[in-house]
Every structure is written in structure tokens, then in C-alpha cells.
Design a protein around this ligand. Structure first.
Ligand SMILES: Nc1ncnc2c1ncn2[C@@H]1O[C@H](COP(=O)(O)OP(=O)(O)OP(=O)(O)O)[C@@H](O)[C@H]1O
Length: 736
């Protein structure tokens, strides 16, 4: 066996025998010379001849690593088109929905799985989670079970993981790139911290635009027959105002909002006319701002929001809702929100009465008599008059910002020079009388619609709307003789039992089944109609809102007879509850009033105390000066004493006499001034003057009867003060 050559790096002598290229290789790849010697010895392959090749490859890799990014940037900049997709825009959801359906996405070996593909970004938050897909499977099943079934059926979505992914679209090679933004703020959620882009070779990005358009179209299909609702709010973690997409609801048919038919028709006709492109041209030709405003007013729960949603759904417009009573509705925020509105949309301004007029929705109850009126003509003068009358009270501080929104600010936002044209503005209020005239003048509000508590007709209509069978409803058989005498061959059970019969008979049975369904439906409608009248007769007119009645009916949603039975009890219970609520409210208001009065009196008392203290100080300093004066006078007198010792006793007596005289005079003076103060107090509850706080006065002129009544004193009622001596006032305020 041949002897192995000495290890190249084991000793200084060994190192000297190693070829120079091996030494270099060993430097970069330790142990390579040992390996090459072993390979040469046992496999008879000389690795040394490949060394230049290996080094060249290594060099190339090294160079590529440094230059690939640079080269790629150049290729992207000059030879490719790229679209970056923002995660905080709705297009993110559209593109991701599209991508998840592509083959390259479904076949990816490394992927991200989601139950919800949408951006978790602030403004899309909750999207789809709260959609009412009640037309999907499982809707018939009851409550929680149905939603659980629905969740189980919801498909998982697979999207490619971070990195670059190539795919073909319309014969072009495109690249989908998903990267993580490491510089994004830490509070952002995972999906907010990612960035996506799609690129294609070539300088014309038409293929990318087509892809985006297709993604959008597919996505929009989902929103067909839905009313998409946005709410004005602030971005999470900041004060920046944004429109947050909060829901996509199945559009509400107009027929489900119970309102005077003429009013409804007028409203729809007016909006239809306004949205007509010819009207738009008409406005612009005449230089009139293309805007239309509607004011819906009435008590809570009478259908104002419902009709706004129905309008938006009917005209296939998005609805943007902002409540003026919310904390976010400052002037700047509102202006910013309005500037971001699309051209064609419905803007719903809720609680407009809070705009610089009042804080609460509870007080005030006057409503005018009209149902609907073009603002410039038919609004009843009574309502406007009353409104204005009240306004006089409320509007004294119209332009004072409440919260941070002033009336003038709101008016500017609504129709200032910078405000959007083309939108339908709907304002709602519970208190029309509290609105400023300027806010509802024609141009801002072109139609006023009144909503009222339910009358008998409305109550019956609500009943019918809830119980009358609709398309797709399972019709419950009402117990009636007709139902029991129906042909036995037409029953569902019999139909099932004949399932295997020849086609003609089966056809016949099916027709009979359909006829039976129609008969049942008609029967149910007739029955519900009778019950609705009975129900309406039990509910007092104009006492309950449609929302309240609907709430009660929903408790018996599958049993109209029970609803009719329980109506009277419900009326009595609700009245009792309302009364209790009213009493509680009044007691609360009274308590608050008393507390505020007490506070005011305490503050007044504090003021008096301070004045008294000040008076005392002044008097003390006065006394000091008078005592120094009398001392100097005494000095003079003692001087005269020295000159005639005979007259000592007489002069002493004189001085003591004059002293007592002086004191008596001072006391008289003080008591006179105290009396004057007491007299003064009978006309105005002014704080006690300094003299009355003088302890000497209390000692010299004690009141004949004296009771300490802190309540009275604190109350400082005029009558009490009339009869109080200074002492009483003192004790009342705690003077020792
Ligand atoms: N006229 C109506 N027709 C049909 N449903 C109504 C009507 N009024 C109220 N409802 C029902 O009552 C509920 C509340 O109605 P809605 O929110 O539209 O009232 P609102 O007048 O906007 O109340 P608020 O002033 O408190 O905002 C809804 O579920 C709606 O279906």
C-alpha cells in the first residue's frame, strides 16, 4: 500500500510541499487539498485541472450576487411594466380574490392559506364577515346552526407565499410578487405590512390594466344587488378620518319601508329626475350647483335610515353614513371625509340637529304637519314658524362650535365652493324645530319628508310585511276547513309516494302540488290580512314607532295568532315601562338640577367667605392705625399730666370717660353699619360687608333668638335674608 503524502497544513514542512493553487484553495475552502489528494490517490482523478473552472464559477456566482439586484432593477425600470397594489385600498381585495383563483396560486408548493382574503387594513376591516348572505345555503336552518354550517362550507383561499411567482395571462408572462414591508409600523397587522405587485415584460402595461379590470369586474359581481355601506370614522391608531366599508347588505326593496305611498313615489321620482344625465347637463348649463338635499325628520325608529338605504339600493349607489353626534365629526374631519366622496353616491348625515344646536336627541317633540313638501313652497308655514321660533332660543349660539363642529363650518362643507357635486344628500333629525333656517334652506334641503309614529294602517302594514308569505318562504298551513278537505292526491306525501310513476302522472301530480302551494299562499295572505286588522285595532294609533311594533312582532315571528293575542298585554307593559323610564329621566333631571344649584350656592358661599376674610384684614389694619393714633394722643395727654399734677385724677377720669365715649360711639357706628348691611341684604343677596363679620359686633348685639340653619344659610333665600341679622348670616356660612 502506498504511503499517504504528508498533510499539507499539518506542519511547516508539509505546507512547503503543497502546490500554490492548493494553498489558495485551502485558504478559501479548508481541507480541499486533502480531498483532492485522496481523490487522486483512490480514484485517479486529478482535481487540479478543474480548479480554474471551479474558481471561474465561484467568481461568477460572486459577481452575480452583487450585480443581480442591480441588473434586475435596470430590467424592471427599462424593460418591464409594474403595478404596485396598495394594501389599504379596496383593489387589494379584488386582486387577491382574482389571484386565489389562478392555477399558479392553487398549484404553489409554498402558499398562504386564508379564510378571509381581504386586507386587514383599517378601512376594509370586518368586510364580508358581517355581510348578510342570507340567500346562501343554510339560511333556512335555524340560527347558530345555520351560521356554523355556513362557516364550515366557506372555502379556504390559497395565495402564493412571499417571493416572486411567474404565471401566464393572455399569452404574456407575468410576475406576481409578494413582499414583506419590514419598515411598516409595528402596530400594523401582518397583512398591512405586506406589499404586492404584478409585472410584465414590455413597456406597455395594457395587459396589467386588463388584469386589474377583470379582477374588479369579478369582484363587483359579488356586490350586485347589495347596498354597500361606508361609515365615517377615524383610522385606527390615528385621528385621520376615513370612510370605512362596514357592510354590504342585500338591497332593501322600497316596498318593505312602510310610508305613505304618495310620499314614497314623490321621493323616488325626485331622485330619479335628479340622477338623470339630462338633469346634470341642465344644471351645468345654467351654472347651478348640481346637488340635491333631502331632510327626513320624525321620532326615532320611524324608518328614516331604512328609506335612505332603500334609496341607495334602488339607484345602485353606495351609501356613506356619518353621524354628527359622533365624536369624530369635527369640522376638519367632516371636510376631509366629504372631499373623498365619489361623485355619485348617497351621503346620509344622521342626527343633524346636533350640528351646533343641541347635544341630545331626547328633548323637544314638536313636529309640523306636512308629510312631504318641496322645501321652497309647500313646507307648512307652521312648521317653519315653530322651528324658527324655537331656533330663536337655540340659535343664539348657532355659530358656536359644539364639539368642534360649528353650523357655519357644516354649511361650508355641505355646499361651500369646495364641496362635491352630484351626490344625494340625506339628512335625518328627530327634532326639525331645532334646526337652523340656514341649514334647511332650499338648495341645501330641497325636500322635507316627515316620518311619524304608526297609525292603524301602518301597524297593519307592518304586520302584513312580517307575516305575509313571500317568494321562497315555506308557507305554513293555517288551520282551515278548506285545507283539510283538499284532495288527498295533491299532498306532498302522496306525491312522494308516487315518485316512481310514469311521467304524465308525475307531471299531473306536480301541477296539483303547485296549485296547492298557490292556494295555501292565498289562504295565508287572506288570514294574515284579517289578523293584521285585528292586531291594528289593539295598538293605539300614533303611540308606538314602527320599530317598536316590529320589535314586538319579531318575538312571535312564526306565530301571528300569538302576536295578536299578546298585543294588549304588550301595549300595557310598554306603557308602564315608558312611564317608568320617563319618571327615572325626570328624577335624574331633578337631581342634576339640584346638584347644579347646590354647586352654585357653594361657590357663592366661598365668594362670601373670601370677602369676609378680606374685610377682617382691612378692619384689623384700620384698628392698628387707630390704636397708634390713640397712643400718640395718650402721649400728648400724659405730657399735659406732667405739667399739672393736680389735675391728674380728673384728667384720668376724663380720658377714661372719653375712651368709653369713643368706644360707645364706635359701637354705635358699627351697629348702625351692620343694620344698614342687613337692610341692604333684603334687596340683594350681596356678600356680608366686613363690619358684620366683626366678632365684637356679635358680642355687643346678640340677636334675640338665634337658630343655626345651614340649609337656609346655604340656600341664602331672599326671604331668609330679609329676617337675618348679620350673626345669622355668619353662622350660616360657618363663621366662628
Ligand atoms: N316605516 C317603516 N317601515 C318599515 N320598517 C320600519 C319603519 N320604521 C322603522 N322600521 C324598522 O325599524 C327599525 C329602525 O328603523 P330606522 O333605523 O329606519 O329608524 P330611524 O327613523 O332611522 O331611527 P333613528 O332616528 O333612531 O335613526 C328598522 O329595523 C326598520 O326595519
Amino acid at each position: 500500500m502506498d504511503e499517504l503524502p504528508p498533510l499539507p497544513l499539518s506542519s511547516g514542512a508539509g505546507f512547503a510541499t503543497v502546490a500554490p493553487q492548493n494553498a489558495i484553495l485551502d485558504f478559501f475552502f479548508p481541507g480541499i487539498s486533502v480531498l483532492s489528494t485522496a481523490v487522486e490517490k483512490y480514484l485517479h482523478i486529478d482535481l487540479n485541472i478543474y480548479i480554474p473552472l471551479v474558481m471561474l464559477l465561484g467568481g461568477l456566482v460572486f459577481v452575480w450576487r452583487y450585480f443581480s439586484d442591480y441588473v434586475w432593477d435596470i430590467v424592471q425600470s427599462y424593460l418591464m411594466s409594474v403595478v404596485d397594489i396598495r394594501v389599504d385600498d379596496e383593489i387589494y381585495n379584488m386582486v387577491m380574490a382574482w389571484v386565489s383563483k389562478q392555477r399558479f396560486s392553487q398549484g404553489a408548493r409554498r402558499f398562504v392559506v386564508n379564510t378571509n382574503l381581504n386586507s386587514r387594513s383599517w378601512y376594509l376591516w370586518r368586510y364580508r364577515e358581517d355581510e348578510d348572505d342570507d340567500d346562501e345555503e343554510g339560511a333556512n336552518e335555524s340560527g347558530g346552526q345555520a351560521s356554523w354550517e355556513k362557516k364550515k362550507k366557506r372555502a379556504l383561499a390559497y395565495t402564493p407565499t412571499f417571493g416572486s411567482h411567474w404565471f401566464w395571462y393572455k399569452g404574456r408572462l407575468l410576475m406576481f410578487r409578494r413582499t414583506q414591508n419590514t419598515q411598516a409600523a409595528a402596530f400594523m397587522t401582518a397583512s398591512e405590512r405586506e406589499e404586492i405587485s404584478i409585472s410584465c415584460f414590455g413597456r406597455d402595461p395594457w395587459v396589467l390594466k386588463e388584469l386589474l379590470h377583470e379582477a374588479r369586474q369579478e369582484y363587483m359581481k359579488h356586490d350586485e344587488n347589495k347596498t354597500i355601506i361606508y361609515r365615517g370614522t377615524t383610522k385606527s391608531g390615528s385621528t385621520e378620518p376615513v370612510w370605512q366599508r362596514c357592510m354590504a347588505r342585500t338591497s332593501r326593496p322600497f316596498s318593505t319601508v312602510i310610508l305613505n305611498e304618495k310620499v314614497k313615489k314623490d321621493l323616488i321620482d325626485d331622485v330619479t329626475d335628479y340622477l338623470d344625465p339630462a338633469t346634470r347637463r341642465w344644471y351645468s348649463n345654467r351654472g347651478i350647483p348640481y346637488r340635491r338635499g333631502y331632510l327626513l325628520f320624525g321620532p326615532p325608529g320611524t324608518g328614516k335610515s331604512s328609506i335612505s338605504l332603500a334609496l341607495a339600493g334602488f339607484f345602485k349607489m353606495r351609501i356613506y353614513i356619518v353621524s354628527l353626534s359622533s365624536v369624530t365629526s369635527s369640522e376638519e374631519n367632516l371636510a376631509s371625509l366629504f372631499s373623498e366622496l365619489p361623485r355619485r353616491c348617497v351621503v346620509l348625515l344622521e342626527d343633524i340637529d346636533t350640528a351646533g344646536l343641541t347635544h341630545t336627541r331626547e328633548d323637544g317633540n314638536q313636529v309640523p304637519n306636512s308629510d312631504v313638501a318641496p322645501n321652497n313652497t309647500a313646507t307648512p308655514s307652521k312648521s317653519r314658524g315653530q322651528g324658527n321660533g324655537n331656533n330663536n332660543n337655540n340659535n343664539t349660539n348657532n355659530n358656536q362650535p359644539i364639539g368642534r363642529l360649528s353650523l357655519s363650518g357644516l354649511l361650508n362643507i355641505l355646499d361651500g365652493v369646495a364641496s362635491q357635486e352630484g351626490r344625494v344628500l340625506i339628512m335625518t333629525t328627530n327634532h326639525l324645530e331645532k334646526l337652523d333656517k340656514a341649514l334647511i334652506r332650499p338648495g341645501r334641503v330641497d325636500m322635507i319628508v316627515k316620518f311619524d309614529l304608526a297609525d292603524a294602517e301602518m301597524t297593519a302594514a307592518i304586520f302584513r310585511a312580517i307575516y305575509a308569505p313571500l317568494e321562497g318562504d315555506k308557507v305554513r298551513a293555517f288551520p282551515s276547513p278548506a285545507a283539510t278537505t283538499s284532495s288527498p292526491g295533491t299532498s306532498r306525501a302522496l306525491f312522494k309516494s308516487r315518485a316512481g310513476l310514469p311521467t304524465a302522472e308525475e307531471e299531473k301530480a306536480r301541477e296539483a302540488e303547485a296549485a296547492e302551494a298557490v292556494r295555501r299562499k292565498e289562504e295565508a295572505i287572506a288570514k294574515v290580512d284579517i289578523l293584521s286588522k285585528e292586531f291594528a285595532s289593539k295598538i293605539p294609533a300614533r303611540e308606538f314607532s314602527p320599530a317598536e311594533i316590529q320589535g314586538f312582532l319579531l318575538k312571535h315571528k312564526r306565530n301571528p295568532e300569538k302576536a295578536v293575542e299578546g298585543a294588549e298585554i304588550w301595549v300595557a307593559d310598554t306603557r308602564r315601562e315608558k312611564k317608568k323610564e320617563q319618571e327615572l329621566k325626570e328624577a335624574q333631571a331633578k337631581r342634576e338640577e339640584e346638584e347644579s344649584m347646590k354647586k352654585a350656592q357653594e361657590e357663592e358661599g366661598e365668594g362670601k367667605k373670601k370677602k369676609k376674610k378680606k374685610g377682617k384684614k382691612e378692619r384689623r389694619s384700620n384698628r392698628k392705625t387707630s390704636s397708634t393714633k390713640s397712643k400718640s394722643r395718650k402721649k400728648d395727654e400724659s405730657g399735659s399730666e406732667e405739667s399739672s399734677s393736680d389735675g391728674e385724677s380728673s384728667s384720668e377720669a376724663e380720658s377714661s370717660e372719653s375712651e368709653s365715649e369713643r368706644e360707645a360711639a364706635a359701637t354705635k357706628k358699627r351697629s348702625r353699619s351692620a343694620a344698614a348691611v342687613a337692610e341692604e341684604k333684603t334687596t340683594a343677596p350681596a356678600p356680608a360687608p366686613a363690619a358684620e363679620a366683626e366678632p365684637v359686633v356679635v358680642v355687643v348685639h346678640p340677636p334675640p333668638t338665634f337658630t343655626v340653619d345651614t340649609d337656609k344659610a346655604n340656600g341664602a333665600s331672599l326671604d331668609a335674608q330679609k329676617n337675618t341679622t348679620p350673626r345669622e348670616a355668619d353662622s350660616g356660612y360657618g363663621t366662628p
